[in-house]
Design a protein around this ligand. Structure first.
Ligand SMILES: [Zn+2]
Length: 285
């Protein structure tokens, strides 16, 4: 059982960071990851997904429009995959509208996906994608070369059990590829928007402070420590592309995109203006 007073990622001590719509985010004093305290239970989240997810502003109504807008993310994920050897089989957790699945299938990858949203699964099936209703635990007794997720890992609870199961679904040396919002930008925005006053409400940014959905915003160090505990070695971490028109106004994001092109090579992982990162881990023996 996870100790509520300890960091999900590294077991370090936690300190209150800020509140948003009645939920409290804490920061780890060792690895700087941000996390909801207490973590929502799986039952709470499942109930909330069923009733509120579509209304939360998290999804777009038009599937193909959403896929079009997400192309930069898919391309960045594919580039991360290719850099470590294109896998022949992939399981995607959180297949969404099937945009990444389509790209993978077009490149000859044996693709399977799961998603919790009925309308998304139905849409995937109309496109002939092997996507079933469910989550990671719905998949049992088969292994793949890579496990992929895009804007999913920040949503999960019970990380230790989740990662133990994820391991059983990967072939030896298999890749774990995740794109997710990370802690540095969240901490920066959370502090700057409140002028450092922690009693003020955290800013509304869908990709960052989005309770109860976003349970943990891992720092790079926190993610690396968590994964190492479960037998995964970090191969690669790179900035994700800036999205458009979600959470931050499009103009602000395009500006961030331009700044990042200049800032990333100079400052590497210390650069704060990256909302999300792409992690690539390898399953160790
Ligand atoms: Zn920590």
């Amino acid at each position: 059982m996870h100790d509520e007073g300890a960091c999900v990622a590294c077991g370090g001590s936690l300190r209150f960071f800020g509140r948003r719509i009645g939920y409290a985010y804490h920061e780890c004093l060792r690895c700087n990851s941000l996390q909801l305290v207490p973590q929502p239970t799986p039952e709470e989240l499942e109930a909330a997904y069923r009733t509120e997810y579509v209304k939360s502003g998290h999804l777009r109504s038009a599937a193909e429009e959403a896929i079009g807008a997400a192309q930069p993310y898919y391309k960045a994920l594919l580039a991360a995959l290719r850099a470590h050897g294109m896998p022949s089989s992939v399981l995607e957790v959180g297949a969404g509208w099937g945009g990444l699945g389509e790209l993978l299938v077009s490149r000859g990858v044996d693709y399977r996906g799961v998603d919790l949203a009925v309308d998304m699964v139905a849409h995937c099936k109309t496109k002939g994608l092997a996507v079933e209703l469910g989550d990671l635990f719905s998949v049992q007794g088969e292994t793949r070369d890579a496990l992929m997720m895009s804007a999913v890992f920040e949503h999960i609870v019970g990380h230790d059990a989740w990662l133990d199961h994820a391991r059983t679904l990967l072939n030896p040396g298999g890749l774990f590829v995740s794109m997710q919002p990370t802690a540095r930008f969240a901490r920066f925005m959370g502090q700057a928007a409140r002028m450092g006053i922690r009693t003020l409400e955290l800013p509304q940014l869908h990709e960052v402070f989005c309770p109860p959905w976003h349970t943990v915003l891992f720092s790079l160090e926190g993610m690396t420590r968590l994964m190492a505990r479960h037998g995964f070695r970090l191969l690669d971490v790179r900035p994700g592309p800036q999205g458009i028109g979600r959470g931050l106004p499009g103009m602000a994001k395009r500006t961030l995109g331009l700044i990042n092109k200049a800032g990333w090579p100079l400052l590497g992982t210390v650069w704060p203006f990256v909302i999300c990162h792409i992690f690539v881990f390898r399953k160790e023996a």
